[in-house]
Design a protein around this ligand. Sequence first.
Ligand SMILES: [Fe+2]
Length: 181
Amino acid sequence: MKTATKNLEDDHVHVLKLTEVMVAVTRSENPDTDHISSIIDIIKNFADGLHHAKEETLFFPALALKGFSAQQGPVAVMLHEHVEGRNFVKGITENLELYKKGDKSAKAGMYQNMRGYAELLVNHIGKENNILFRMADKVLSENEQHELLSDFEKIEKNRSEGTMAADYIGRIKILASFYKV
Ligand SMILES: [Fe+2]
C-alpha cells in the first residue's frame, strides 16, 4: 500500500542525491555557475517548494491533530531545520552573485553554505525517515494516510509544465551523472 509517508520518503531519495551533487560540486576548482544556479532552482522549487510544502501545509498539520506540537518536539525541530536550510540557500545565492561579478573569494562562502546545506539535509532526512515518519505511521490511520497522499498528489499535479516533480528529478539525475555520484 502506498502511503503519504512513503511518498515523502520517495522525495527524500532525490533530495539526498542532490546533496551528493552539491558536495561533489564543492570539489571543483572552478565552479560551474550554471550548475549552481540550477541546484538553487531545484532546491527552491522541488526540495523546498514541493516537498517541504507538502510537509508544512499538510503532513505536519495532520500530525498536530494527533498531538504533535509545532512549538516543541520532533515537528518543531523539523520546521526549524527547514528554516536553517533556507538560510543556507540564501548564503549560496548571495555568494554565487558575488562570484559571478568577479569576486573569486566568494567561492569559499558559497562552498561552505553548500556543504552546510548538504550536511543539514542528510541529518534532517535521517531523522524524518527513521523517527518522525515511523511515529506518524503509528498514529495515522490507513484512511488518513490515503487522504494525505491524495492531497499530496493534487499539489504535484497542479504545477505548470517544466516544473513537475519529474522535471526536477530528471535534472537531478543529469547532474548526478555529470558529477559521477
Ligand atoms: Fe522531508
